[in-house]
Design a protein around this ligand. Structure first.
Ligand SMILES: O=P(O)(O)OC[C@H]1O[C@@H](O)[C@H](O)[C@@H](O)[C@@H]1O
Length: 323
């Protein structure tokens, strides 16, 4: 694996290496041992490890790392369309494109760049892209890893077109969990959500947290409708800016802080759907949950010259520290 290394400062390191397809991956490392990797294919964060070297993002054992398809896992970027609501391919094209490193990004207001290592990526439309989505934009993605292990992603989309355009967006975040039945998502209770499994009909969350029950348990104590309900594919609307994903078995809590991202998508394919996804192992739905900071219900519209920013900060902390 050929690589070139750049010392960021004495403590943090940003390194560009080639993956096995010859595609550049940026490795971010900080002093206490946490690290992250970002692929130029899709601008996708493909790994995020804590100081003990434990992987915090899920990657499918059947993941295909071959462009043009996005790898199943990590944090693919959904832009300029979330899901299949629109004329573009599912989740838009950004996750399937090659991004470039931007060595001279425009300044970012309110980004405290102390004690972190960052890389700036850039995506602009090619001639071919303009045929399917005829809008000139600049998409700048800053991925940072702080010395305390917090992963930050800041997306800036600018309209450099002569006319307005609209888009939806998501950080499609595959969190690695011990067992899906041990997971509890807090911060979404009482919210309305659009259910992707019911033609995006609107419902209201009734539970005091979002949980995913095991099928055996469900069969014993609940009715069949609940068995089907274990497949979760929902867009929670107007959510608070902090969401907690608790993993009881691992005694770990993911704290997801977001700005400019009003919606949260929660997805777990469960057993039957997993079997139909070729790049996901049959049982692997148990080790993952997608909790995405997103803009879906009300797409962003940018007039010429306008810019939108969507920011996500994720940390993984021992649950005992949180409670
Ligand atoms: O297989 P893809 O295109 O990566 O999408 C996976 C899932 O992504 C989720 O965000 C969507 O809500 C689901 O409907 C979709 O199935």
């Amino acid at each position: 694996m050929g690589h070139s290394a750049t010392a960021w400062d004495q403590n943090s390191v940003l390194e560009v290496v080639k993956d096995w397809n010859g595609i550049d991956q940026v490795v971010l490392r900080v002093p206490r041992g946490a690290s992250a990797r970002v692929s130029l294919h899709g601008g996708q964060v493909v790994s995020w490890k804590n100081e003990r070297g434990e992987e915090l993002l899920f990657t499918s054992s059947k993941a295909m790392f071959k462009p043009p398809k996005a790898m199943r896992g990590g944090i693919p970027i959904c832009f300029p369309q979330f899901g299949n609501c629109g004329s573009l391919e599912q989740h838009g094209f950004a996750r399937n494109k090659m991004w470039s490193i931007d060595y001279d990004p425009p300044p970012l207001r309110n980004d405290d760049d102390k004690e972190k290592v960052s890389v700036d990526l850039l995506l602009k439309p090619s001639e071919d892209d303009l045929k399917c989505w005829p809008h000139c934009y600049e998409f700048r993605l800053r991925v940072s890893l702080a010395t305390n292990g917090v992963l930050t992603m800041i997306s800036r989309v600018r309209n450099i077109n002569g006319k307005p355009f609209s888009f939806s967006f998501a950080y499609h975040t595959y969190l690695s969990v011990s067992d899906i039945s041990e997971v509890r998502i807090e911060g979404l209770e009482t919210l309305d959500y659009l259910d992707n499994l019911c033609q995006r009909k609107r419902f209201t969350e009734q539970g005091d947290a979002v949980t995913f029950e095991s099928e055996e348990m469900t069969l014993h104590i609940r009715n069949l409708i609940h068995v089907l309900a274990t497949l979760v594919d929902r867009i929670y609307l107007g959510s608070p800016n902090v969401i907690a994903v608790l993993d009881h078995e691992k005694k770990r809590t993911f704290l997801i802080k977001k700005k400019g991202l009003p919606d949260v998508v929660v997805w777990n394919p469960w057993e039957k759907k997993s079997k139909s996804i070729t790049d996901l192992g049959d049982e692997e739905y148990k080790q993952m949950v997608c909790v995405d900071g997103a803009v879906v219900e009300r797409p962003i519209t940018l007039k010429p010259g306008e810019e939108w920013t969507g920011r996500l900060d994720i940390s993984a902390i021992p649950s005992t520290h949180f409670i």
